[in-house]
Design a protein around this ligand. Structure first.
Ligand code: NAP
Length: 287
């Protein structure tokens, strides 16, 4: 890279950030497109976030990305929010425009684009989502905005479950047609019924990764029907037990790499006004 006196700075704030692929993806793309930006990852204690954000303005940065736990904390420092960020109550991309912080969230569009590139549309579809954390919330908001017909959400009873009720009320208040049903993850009968009628099943829990590597949200293989698309947000491993079993039963599957790539590409578009060279980035960093 050729860093000059005019190079603008972008960064990822959060903790931990050392594993992030964003600096490699972005800097490669800047070089490929001849864009005079540089992107770094800065490990940020949440308690220092306000100071870091203020410094971003002083450094005349173009903007920054945020990872957990900063995605929710940073909301209060924004001057403006995109409609999607306001509904999701979370931001992962901040533009600094004329001294103002403008917060966006690109996780939902990242997921939707990962479906579209596999030929799966959202409009009129019935989704079953397991999980109610940050990723699930962003996806639910985007799917509703993009015209999903129905979303059935399953989660264990607790704080996230309760926050789903609040989310549903907020979406109903602000958007016209919202068809969201919320179920206890222990309700196996409803799970079977909803999956039988669904077009897309989404895992938005950690079941399938790390200490849950050999666990899956689907206990009964007969629930997989050939009209069902099965998507897992997990990208490491790429082939979770859920996706392996779904594929063995004839379902089309979508792993989490597409969402990771496309949420970054959407942020890249916001920062630069240009399209990330997605195919080259995928070949270089995601194969
Ligand atoms: P999160 O905010 O911590 O939410 C996790 C969700 O999973 C919560 O609803 C949680 O329920 C549920 N859960 C956790 N452990 C569980 C268990 N043992 N059994 C059943 N449910 C369980 O995490 P997140 O940020 O939404 O991430 C969720 C998944 O998406 C992770 O696997 C993450 O790697 C993946 N992800 C992928 C991308 C991508 O770009 N591909 C982006 C973001 C996240 P409780 O609240 O009841 O604990």
């Amino acid at each position: 890279m050729n860093i000059t006196g005019t190079t603008r700075l972008l960064a990822l704030f959060g903790s931990p950030v050392s594993h992030s692929m964003s600096p490699s993806m972005y800097n490669y793309s800047f070089k490929e497109l001849g864009i005079d930006y540089v992107y770094v990852a800065i490990d940020t204690e949440p308690s220092n976030l306000k100071k870091i954000i203020e410094a971003a303005k002083l450094y005349n940065m173009r903007g920054f990305n945020l990872t957990m736990p900063c995605k929710c904390i940073a909301l209060e420092y924004m001057d403006e929010l995109s409609a999607e960020a306001r509904l999701t109550r979370s931001i992962n991309t901040v533009l600094i425009e004329n001294g103002k912080f403008i917060g966006h969230i690109t996780d939902g569009i990242g997921f939707v684009e990962s479906l579209i590139e596999k030929g799966i549309s959202v409009g009129g579809k019935h989704f079953v989502i397991v999980g109610a954390g940050g990723a699930a919330t962003a996806i639910i908001v985007r799917l509703i905005m993009d015209g999903a017909e129905k979303i059935s959400i399953f989660n264990r009873k607790g704080a996230s479950y309760d926050s789903l009720q609040t989310l549903r009320e907020r979406l109903k208040r602000e958007l016209k047609t919202v068809n969201i049903e919320i179920y206890d993850l222990l309700d196996e009968k409803s799970f079977a019924k909803e999956v039988a009628a669904a077009d897309v099943l989404v895992n938005a829990t950690p079941l399938g990764m790390e200490q849950y590597r050999e666990q899956t949200i689907v206990k009964n293989l007969s629930l997989f029907h050939t009209n069902l698309v099965v998507a897992d947000l997990i990208y490491n491993p790429t082939k979770t037990l859920l996706l392996r079993e779904a594929a063995s039963m004839g379902c089309k599957t979508v792993d989490g790499r597409g969402m990771l790539l496309h949420q970054g590409a959407a942020a890249f578009r916001l920062f630069t006004g240009e399209n990330m060279p997605i195919d080259r980035v995928r070949d270089r960093f995601f194969r």
